[in-house]
Design a protein around this ligand. Structure first.
Ligand SMILES: *Cc1c(COP(=O)(O)O)cnc(C)c1O
Length: 221
């Protein structure tokens, strides 16, 4: 068995055990295998295993890697996780099924234009900057409700919220914060939890775990 498949199976087991220990039923979070920088030979074993959700953080890289794979594996859902420049919105809606990094009104407008022009179905997460970090993207928590209303009037299909907690701080504080914000606007999905903290994210009802290193190994670039 290829190491990416072994890793994924192990992670799925840990998730199952964690959910059992939390005594939650009817809770089926999804794992997004974050394949950025990795090549087909590491991705194919997961596709053949039947895994469906994959994540990338660059439009250009996704366009090089995924059109053929999506043609062959029809159930694949591709998730855009990285910062999306407005001039790439056009290409992003061609290849991605989900965009987790909706972070400005300008981008929302651009995406709405492209989606309606091409009659695409793209689900979106509003990225929230919980740590108030200048270098990170995202909507300020206080602006969430207004921003969400604007997205609805643009007829965007907003399914949830997303965060990347600051490094070197307890992620639980931020996971709890995002769960609260998400409940305020009553969205079904929450995108949080990465290789180092996905088990903690389950305690706060994450529905999409974004796991790269834990499945594919260390990234070299
Ligand atoms: C790369 C990336 C991940 C995966 O990170 P790992 O620590 O390798 O699991 C998750 N979310 C986003 C937004 C990323 O860019």
């Amino acid at each position: 068995m290829h190491h990416t498949e072994t890793n994924l199976i192990e992670i799925n087991n840990k998730i199952k055990n964690k959910i059992n220990s939390l005594s939650l039923d009817q809770y089926n979070p999804k794992v997004i295998a974050v394949s950025k920088t990795f090549k087909e030979r590491d991705i194919l074993p997961l596709l053949d295993y039947g895994h469906c959700d994959f994540g990338e953080n660059k439009v250009q890289e996704a366009l090089l890697k995924w059109p053929n794979l999506k043609e062959k594996y029809k159930n694949v859902k591709l998730h855009m996780l990285g910062k999306l420049q407005t001039n790439k919105a056009k290409f992003a809606v061609e290849i991605f099924d989900y965009i987790h990094s909706l972070d400005s009104l300008k981008l929302a407008n651009k995406l709405a234009n492209e989606i309606h022009k091409k009659d695409k179905k793209v689900k979106m997460f509003i990225q929230i900057n919980l740590g108030g970090e200048k270098q990170k993207s995202g909507i300020e928590p206080n602006d969430l409700e207004t921003f969400y209303t604007s997205c609805l009037s643009l007829k965007l299909d907003i399914v949830g919220t997303m965060c990347i907690p600051p490094d070197n701080q307890d992620p639980k504080y931020f996971f709890k914060e995002l769960l609260n914000l998400n409940n305020k606007i009553k969205l079904p999905e929450i995108s949080m939890g990465m290789t180092n903290d996905y088990l903690e994210a389950l305690e706060f009802r994450s529905t999409y775990l974004r796991i790269g290193t834990g499945i594919f190994g260390k990234r070299t670039n």
